[in-house]
Design a protein around this ligand. Structure first.
Ligand code: FES
Length: 179
């Protein structure tokens, strides 16, 4: 098995401060994107797109973070996120597996990783396994290109993944039961 480099994300801290991006590169990228839009409230949809691209779905903390950054009431951000079908507010599985399909990861083998996951879970990205255990998602660049190909298992980014290692990880989840 390849050595894996783990980078812990810190979801709890994500929304604690408008400027506090901690070590989560994805959040830093989202922050940079918001800056590029000059914190314009009119850019809410584009920013939510970017957030979903980075995180796979729009979790609560991220919506609050975007609301803080754009100085919008959270209710407005929630309203927009729930109105448009293309936004997904939560993965429905117990576990979430997000495969990066950005350029660096693509070149280093993410298509093979995705194919193997699709085959072993019998689902496509955006879907949840029939037993409700695992949601499979894709994202375009997680900000961890140096350890490509990268996959996020729940809140942990693992690098140097292979089609075999990801399936092993999923098996480990299933063997340990739902948490
Ligand atoms: S392309 Fe996958 S982390 Fe950047």
């Amino acid at each position: 098995m390849n050595s894996a480099s783990a980078v812990k994300t810190n979801n709890q801290a994500k929304a604690s401060s408008a400027t506090d991006t901690h070590g989560d590169k994805r959040l830093k990228m989202l922050s940079a994107s918001i800056k590029r839009y000059q914190y314009q409230q009119d850019a809410l949809i584009e920013i939510l797109h970017k957030a979903q691209e980075l995180f796979g779905y729009l979790e609560n903390d991220i919506l609050v973070y975007v609301a803080q950054q754009l100085k919008l009431p959270p209710s407005r951000v929630y309203g927009v996120a729930t109105f448009y079908h293309l936004f997904s507010l939560a993965p429905s599985g117990v576990h979430t597996c997000v495969v990066c399909t950005g350029t660096a990861c693509y070149v280093k083998g993410s298509p093979g990783i995705l194919t193997n996951l699709e085959k072993s879970l019998a689902i496509h990205p955006g879907e949840t396994s029939a037993d409700g255990q695992i949601s499979l998602l894709t994202a375009r660049c997680l900000g961890a290109c140096g350890i490509a190909p990268a996959v996020v298992f729940d809140e942990t980014v693992l690098g140097y993944q292979t089609p075999e290692s990801v399936v092993e990880h999923i098996k480990g989840w299933l063997q340990n039961g739902s948490s």
